[in-house]
Design a protein around this ligand. Sequence first.
Ligand code: MF3
Ligand code: CO
Ligand code: CO
Length: 266
Amino acid sequence: MTISIKSSSEINAMRISGALASEVLDFITPHVKPGVTTDHLNKLCHDFMVNEQKTVPAPLNYCPPGYKPFPKSICTSVNHQICHGIPSDKILKSGDIINIDITVIKDGFHGDTSRMFFVGSPSIAARRLVDTTYEALWCGIREVEPGKTLGDIGYAIQKFTESEGFSIVKEFCGHGIGKNFHEPPQVLHYGTPKTGQILIPGMTFTIEPMVNAGKPNVRELSDGWTIVTKDKSLSAQWEHTILVTETGYEILTVSEGSPDFNKQSK
Ligand code: MF3
Ligand code: CO
Ligand code: CO
């Protein structure tokens, strides 16, 4: 597969699917509180997507080569879970941090975004990890403009994150997105300036840094999906779907409730 450059009508479709994905996160926000299970959050999101938005939850039965079908409609990754957490009967408690990752399909196009949530009140350490990871995402977004490279994005994210004493997960990355959930290019969250793919207007890809409080090493659980930190340290992730424009970037996964509503493009 080669990198697809989206036409203006495809970009419009991506704006719609991106906003819808972000709106699922807005919808679920008031429900993320102590005492609820991640399965309950999954059911609420599933019903909202299917019945209200008329979108397709892309994770449900998603089955890349070498995997078994993902059994739920959203990913919920709690505390030391890095990504791809499967909703379950696990009850959230005050002090937990959780990443909720939403991917919807509307009219054949995907929108993919995730945010971190505090369940009840967070520790100072958890708040610093979550805030630093959000800033790391923005270090990447600010690099996006024609002529810059994927290496510039990865370098900016890695340099900032490591300067804060945290580590970048290397095994998972952002990705091109459009008619496919995951398409070229791979968007690494580490790298070397002025190397790798040059950014071209019309490219759409995600940036989704995973940041560990401890060591970068990962482990996959026996469920075949959930990725956790090997040292059981806390991990955080934020994700946006981004369009490369003539002048810089446009964030496609924004909605009224997203922290980036007022800074969507450059
Ligand atoms: N949404 C994830 C990403 O950002 C992928 C989840 S795949 C799933 O790329 F099958 F676990 F849902
Ligand atoms: Co993604
Ligand atoms: Co995602």
